[in-house]
Design a protein around this ligand. Structure first.
Ligand SMILES: [Ca+2]
Length: 239
């Protein structure tokens, strides 16, 4: 039953809300380790190479590369700038979205980071929310971070997922999200405010270029965001 649901969840046009529901019913196929906490923030390791960044600090919503050269402006922009964890941030309401056309391959060892400050209530249960979605053209290969309907938070890479419970998320204050993967070591890791979970024996397919980045409400669904988001960064992780 689960494998059927997991396969079904990869269908291109499956609404994200359905994916979230199905993933919440699929037990992990691989071992998960939970370090119970400890402050880890790989981006502080200056060996890593910054590939892309959205800081919102120059008054725009543009994505720039590691040399601060503009890569893309969002297709949709109905959002406002607010005070961020650093400089300015974007406030995305339940209808807001930033959607960027891109064309790049993810590194074999990579890290995606951002901060978000939920403006919804602590008892925001049974409401899926969308924060970050990066996908290939066919949307089967994607990394996304959402709040699912049972109020845990989820990081998904392809058909693999890691999640944390809502007590790891601070409503109405800033939260750190780190989503890391290593194709060689076959691991993926979720880091929420220094609380980390790692999934092992993960098979990645990074051959297709990423073509769409959505920050905020999904273009496929009406999940809403109702949060501020800041300092989005994509890193190439170096040993
Ligand atoms: Ca900022």
């Amino acid at each position: 039953m689960c494998s059927m649901f997991c396969r079904f969840s990869t269908q291109v046009k499956t609404p994200l809300a359905v994916i979230i529901i199905l993933l919440s019913y699929c037990p992990f196929l691989y071992s998960v380790t939970d370090d119970g906490g400890g402050k880890k923030n790989v981006s502080t390791d200056n060996k890593n190479e910054l590939l892309y960044e959205i800081s919102f600090d120059n008054g725009t919503f543009d994505i720039v590369d590691g040399n601060k050269n503009k890569v893309a402006s969002p297709i949709a922009n109905i959002n406002t700038l607010v005070d961020g964890i650093k400089g300015k941030a974007v406030k995305i309401d339940d209808k807001g979205v930033l959607e960027y056309p891109l064309n790049f391959k993810l590194p074999k060892q990579g890290l995606i980071e951002f901060y978000f400050k939920p403006d919804y209530a602590p008892d925001d249960a049974k409401k899926g929310r969308m924060f970050f979605w990066l996908s290939t053209k066919d949307a089967k290969k994607r990394i996304f971070f959402v709040k699912n309907l049972t109020y845990s938070y989820m990081y998904t890479f392809g058909d693999n997922s890691l999640d944390v419970k809502p007590d790891k998320i601070n409503v109405n204050s800033w939260n750190y999200v780190g989503m890391q993967w290593d194709e060689t070591k076959k691991t993926m890791q979720l880091n929420i405010n220094g609380f980390t979970k790692t999934l092992e024996n993960v098979e990645f397919d990074l051959t297709q270029p990423m073509e769409t980045l959505v920050i905020g409400n999904s273009k496929y669904d009406d999940l809403g965001t109702n949060s501020a988001i800041d300092e989005v960064k994509i890193w190439k992780v170096k040993d």
